[in-house]
Design a protein around this ligand. Structure first.
Ligand code: UDX
Length: 436
């Protein structure tokens, strides 16, 4: 089948490359000429493990191509995916759907055959109805079915998540839509990945409900971690102990500096807006958003406390290791490191930082931070070493060397990646999250 992917950002590019790898004929479309030029030259604009090789192989096999022309890209396509951005709208937190609607209009105006139009972007409940209305109003003469098919890709693991999903959710209102989507995902059926057919509105809500639930799990364990510190319990044991109950599940129970990234912060806010619009409050999610927001700065204060309080911290120097919102990505969106660094800088602490992939995107977001080129350069002369993101490179620091380079042997591990015995045996004061 020919598939058109409108929007060659993170989701569009990963999905397009994976569909091509399934054997479909895929055209990725983007308005950004320089992005398309670079993709044609084999330059991948984002950091995602395995994506460059996947793109290269499928371009070579002539199953994957790139264009800036929507009309040309969708010609003959049986499924047209809308995978453009839906950022939080400035001021009110609503998802900004202007890009989605602009694509719907252009598809309606230029379509030359029957097709299924699929919203892949995360869109609020009811967006599919509006896309359908826009396409009809644009004078489209062909049969069009609008389907919702949310993605559940994690950055850094996106290709694996795409090819071996826990489930595929399809929100379709008619048989044309369902049949086309069965064809699109046939290779995954054969893999026995469960596919769930639901109504379009249910599908749209599933995406938000899933992300809000995961954000809730993280925030829950983060508050338990605070309580563990007060009562002298160990949050990792608590996580294990509750996670072995199948009804709870062991994943997403790692305490840390709060969630960030391109999905959880934006999607929880958008869900609050939908709930407000329909006058059906989701108070748990309201609390999650507030608690997570305050947690990021609280982690900066935790470092200040470890340095001996506000007065003692002023003028001291801290090495921040890891800036991205999680490892294996260069994504800095809503990363807790930004708030941690700001809190430290506001308290008069000098911050030197290092991240394996995030430096370029981090620098403009953290004007008060001095960027370095290695962990050890950041650590030199530091009064505290703070691990903010659990990159593998920070799991095996040479503690002897760290101790020699740093001014004081203080390790603040906001991701609990070290065993306290080991760090203390190496002569450090060790502060972690929700445990001794
Ligand atoms: C998430 C969802 O997992 C994915 O299904 C959805 O499509 C997009 O949003 P992503 O944002 O790439 O994916 O990252 P994820 O691995 O889920 O982590 C999100 C944030 O939560 C990170 O900041 C991470 O550090 C944090 N996190 C995650 C925790 O603090 N503890 C955990 O136990 C898990």
């Amino acid at each position: 089948m020919k598939i058109a992917m409108v929007g060659s950002g993170y989701v569009g590019l990963v999905s397009g490359a994976c569909f091509a790898d399934f054997g479909h004929d895929v055209v990725c479309i983007d308005k950004d000429q320089s992005k398309i030029d670079r993709l044609r030259d084999g330059v991948i604009p984002i950091y995602e493990p395995g994506l460059d090789a996947l793109v290269e192989a499928n371009v070579k096999a002539r199953r994957l191509s790139f264009t800036t022309s929507l009309a040309e890209g969708i010609r003959g396509a049986g499924a047209i995916f809308i995978a453009v951005g839906t950022p939080s709208r400035r001021g009110d937190g609503h998802a900004d759907l202007s890009f989605v609607y602009a694509v719907a209009k252009e598809v309606g105006q230029t379509l030359e055959n029957d097709a299924v139009v699929v919203t892949k972007s995360t869109v609020p409940v009811g967006t599919g109805d509006e896309v359908e209305r826009i396409i009809a109003a644009s004078g489209c003469k062909h049969k069009v079915s609008v389907v919702s098919n949310p993605e559940f890709l994690r950055e850094g693991a996106a290709i694996g998540d795409f090819k071996r999903p826990d489930r595929i959710v399809i929100g379709a209102e008619d048989e044309f839509g369902r049949e086309t989507m069965r064809e699109v995902y046939r290779p995954l059926f054969l893999n026995e990945s469960p596919i769930l057919f639901v109504s379009r509105r249910s599908s749209e809500l599933i995406k938000y409900a899933a992300n809000a639930f995961l954000a809730t799990k993280i925030t829950f364990i983060n508050e338990m971690a605070d309580l563990c510190e007060k009562v002298g319990a160990n949050v990792q044991d608590v996580s294990r102990g509750i996670g072995m109950d199948n009804r709870i599940g062991s994943k997403f129970l790692h305490a840390g500096p709060g969630y960030g990234g391109s999905c959880f912060p934006k999607d929880t806010l958008a869900l609050l807006k939908t709930a407000e619009d329909y006058d059906s409050p989701v108070r748990i999610v309201e609390a999650v958003v507030k608690v997570n927001e305050s947690r990021k700065r609280a982690m900066g204060r935790k470092v200040i406390d470890a340095l001996g309080g506000m007065d003692a911290a002023r003028g001291k120097q801290v090495a921040l290791l890891g800036l991205t919102f999680k490892p294996n990505t260069d994504d800095m969106r809503d990363s807790p490191a930004i708030a941690v660094a700001q809190t430290l800088a506001d308290a008069g602490v000098t911050v030197k930082a290092y991240d394996p992939e995030g430096m370029e995107l981090a620098a403009p977001l953290m004007p008060d931070v001095q960027m370095t080129t290695s962990s050890y350069e950041a650590i030199e002369g530091a009064d505290a070493v703070v691990i903010v993101t659990e990159w593998d490179a920070f799991r095996a620091l040479d503690l002897k060397r760290v101790k020699e380079l740093a001014k004081a042997p203080l390790l603040v591990d906001l991701r609990n990646i070290y065993r306290s015995e080991d760090v203390r045996a190496a002569g450090f004061t060790y502060v972690s999250v929700g445990r001794d």
